[in-house]
Design a protein around this ligand. Structure first.
Ligand code: SF4
Length: 268
């Protein structure tokens, strides 16, 4: 059983490039730590991708006895993924953030004690004041909000003065398309605990790797018979298919951090 921790304090944010630079540095540190691990160990993963609510519900609800993960279940998933090497988690919420009150505890748990970089993707267009207040209680030096490209300006305007980093979550075809081997580094979990190769194939039974209630994560990542890549013939259903893909988002944040450290303006 997990215990509640004290709320984190807000980091010092004097200079406007402090956050992008710090987030980029933190990710770099995580990558370096990951690189120094024994890569011969088949269980190493880098990224955790959580769909807490709920692009997968339509398909998952068809499964007998499907039940949504509760907070403790999510925390256990984070624990296990961290033990396998995950240093970055992207949490996707399709509904207004207020509909998922456990979200903040989940993000905090990934940051402390697991020292993960947290990306929060909201399919919603707005952040309520109460959401912004909750976000501010997280460690902002290890947090980035991801939103659809068309909303980046609006969201930045709403939260930038609070020191909250914002990036586009869009992934263009030019940026990436199958075949894709990046899922080898990803653990992707739907709201009912179903594990998928990655977010592109969320809800696709062909790429269902099992369920967190049925087997531990290490059994999934060590099972060579499971599909841990996306073949070229898997269609992208529109432009947003790879939205918020963790390795691409981490690369974007690192790039932004590097530019903030060496350029005149941070990029968005
Ligand atoms: S979401 Fe797209 S880019 Fe990301 S791992 Fe899957 S296929 Fe690759």
């Amino acid at each position: 059983m997990k215990t509640e921790k004290d709320s984190p304090t807000r980091p010092d944010r004097q200079d406007p490039f402090h956050l992008p630079r710090n987030i980029g540095k933190h990710l770099k540190k995580c990558f370096d730590a990951y690189s120094s691990q024994d890569r011969r160990a088949p269980s190493c993963v880098k990224y955790l991708w959580l769909y807490v609510e709920n692009a997968s519900r339509a398909s998952d609800d068809k499964r007998a006895n499907a039940r949504a993960l509760q907070l403790d279940d999510w925390l256990n998933v984070v624990d296990e993924a961290a033990s396998l090497g995950a240093h970055c988690v992207i949490v996707c919420v399709q509904a207004p953030l207020g509909q998922y009150p456990d979200l903040w505890r989940l993000c905090q748990w990934a940051q402390t004690p697991h020292d993960m970089m947290v990306g929060l993707y909201s399919g919603g267009t707005t952040f309520e004041d109460v959401d912004i207040e909750a976000i501010k209680l997280l460690d902002l030096s290890r947090l980035c909000l991801f939103v659809d490209k068309k909303y980046v300006k609006t969201v930045k305007k709403a939260v930038a003065h609070e020191g909250i980093a914002v990036c586009s979550a869009d992934v263009d075809h030019e940026e990436h398309a199958p075949p894709c081997s990046m899922p080898e580094d990803i653990i992707c979990v739907g709201a009912e605990g179903n594990l998928y190769t990655c977010g592109l194939v969320l809800g696709n039974e062909e790429f269902n790797l099992g369920n967190v209630f049925e087997k531990p994560l290490h059994a999934v990542v060590e099972d060579d018979s499971l599909p841990r890549h996306v073949p070229a013939d898997v269609p992208h259903n529109g432009q947003k298919s790879c939205t918020a893909c963790p390795p691409l988002m981490a690369e974007r944040v690192m790039r932004q951090g590097a530019q903030a450290g060496g350029a005149d303006q941070p990029v968005g």
